[in-house]
Design a binder for this molecule. Structure first.
Ligand code: LLP
Length: 418
């Protein structure tokens, strides 16, 4: 159940009033429910409980330190795609031995950092990457555990920008070439080639394609084992979608995990998953305040203090986020909800039925716990919003609002280097 519900006509996060949060933290502000995040992580843990497994939360979805700490304390592993994400995980007290490093463009420095901290494994996506990793590991006198990310050529049936498992995508190694790559990787001295991985896309509402990919990978595992590879882990990436819109079906974590467990039963593999969105998306809202109403020639506009720099998903993926008035009232207008940024693409929602809003009224942009603050920028020199975590009946600011000084940190009008 969503942690965001109306109590006495006012939207709350659990027992905490969003109006109180806005009064204390200002707007725009991201609000996350700790219990909702934990509930989703524990749903994954429960669903895989009777099989060897590792649930690695995808840090890219929401890397706030308090969110990571919550998950680290609950025993989560982490899926990272940069040295910066590893830095965050370590700062939050995450266990490096449960960290998997994904991504197509790891640098030697990032590899070295991860090796020095003894991460679980690397998901590698090309032969040159495998060669570099072996060199870096050799130079540190260590060995890197690797899985090769397979591109299984399966259509995830999601938005094209977040679909990653087709032949034409930059991700993974083509299923038809991957055995050759395993053989080449085996010859590299500082690698332990122990896993098979894939990630076919994100916001997947029908999980059949992930199960299809799993079946393809399991066949590969059999072939590799027959050729003497000691494969002990199968990582199926993330991808489980969430309902952004009324009427969308939610794929159940337990059913999804059950299908994977059945497919892999008896294979003697540690099952790994890298969920991001399905853990945090529904646990968050972006709280914004109405600045102005404006009746255009063709449309009604509600201008709010959050823009595309704060939440780029509508502009970038035509994503739908429900807009909820904090004060419950019947719908009276049909309006576009737009931000202050100087682009027509700066909108949070188009043609929504909302109450008769006035300057100062609060709106909550729903399902904003994932890929929301994480993709925020300072475009138009707008300080990024604060982030608040609600725990039981209290809340705390877990990232203060940026200041103008934050905007220019690191910049200089100083002299040329040479
Ligand atoms: N593992 C890998 C290797 C990934 O690339 C991703 C997401 C995940 C796991 C986590 O996937 P999830 O469980 O969250 O679907 N910015 C986009 C989403 C980009 C997803 C990128 N990769 C959005 O706002 O929809």
């Amino acid at each position: 159940m969503s942690p965001f519900t109306y109590r006495g006509g006012e939207l709350h996060c659990g027992p905490v009033s969003l109006r109180d949060i806005a009064a204390e933290a200002g707007t725009p502000v991201y609000v996350y429910s700790a219990s909702a995040i934990l509930e989703r992580f524990l749903a994954y843990e429960r669903a895989f409980a009777d099989a060897p497994h590792l649930v690695c939360y995808a840090v890219k979805a929401n890397g706030n330190l308090a969110v990571l700490k919550l998950l680290a304390d609950a025993g989560a592993g982490f899926d990272i795609v940069s040295g910066g994400e590893l830095f965050r995980v370590l700062k939050a007290g995450g266990d490096p031995s449960k960290v998997v490093f994904s991504g197509v463009g790891k640098t030697a420095d990032e590899m070295a950092l991860a090796l020095r901290h003894g991460i679980h494994s690397f998901n590698c996506e090309s032969l040159p990457e495998l060669e570099l990793l072996s060199q870096v590991a050799s130079s540190l006198g260590s060995r890197a555990r690797v899985a090769i990310r397979v591109n299984p050529d399966v259509d995830a049936a999601t938005h094209p920008y977040i679909s990653t498992g087709l032949r034409q995508h930059k991700f993974g190694i083509d299923i038809d070439q991957v055995e050759r790559t395993y053989h080449k990787a085996r010859l590299l001295p500082a690698l332990l080639v122990e896993g098979v991985s894939c990630h076919i896309g994100s916001q997947i509402l029908d999980t059949t394609p992930i199960e299809e990919a799993a079946a393809i990978l399991l066949t590969l595992v059999e072939k590799l084992r027959a050729q003497g590879f000691a494969i002990n882990a199968l990582d199926l990436g993330g991808g489980l979608g969430v309902p952004y819109q009324a009427g969308q079906q939610r794929p159940e974590i337990s059913a999804f995990a059950g299908a994977l467990r059945r497919l892999a039963s008896g294979a003697g593999l540690t099952l790994m998953v890298e969920p991001g969105r399905s853990i945090v998306a529904e646990a968050g809202v972006l709280l914004t305040r109405v600045l102005y109403r404006k009746s255009g020639a063709a449309k009604e506009f509600v201008i709010v203090d959050a823009g595309m720099n704060d939440l780029i998903r509508p502009a970038l993926y035509q994503a739908h986020h429900e807009i909820l008035p904090v004060a419950e009232a019947p719908a009276a207008i049909l309006a576009d909800i737009v931000g202050p940024v100087c682009e027509t693409g700066d909108f949070l929602a188009h043609a929504r039925s909302l109450p008769d809003l006035h300057p100062g009224d609060l709106l909550a942009v729903a399902t904003a716990g994932a890929y929301a603050f994480a993709q925020a920028s300072n475009y138009n020199s707008r300080p990024r919003p604060a982030e608040v975590l609600v725990e039981e009946n209290s809340f705390r600011i877990v990232r203060r609002r940026e200041t103008y000084d934050d905007l220019i940190r690191g910049e200089t009008v100083g002299c040329a280097v040479r």
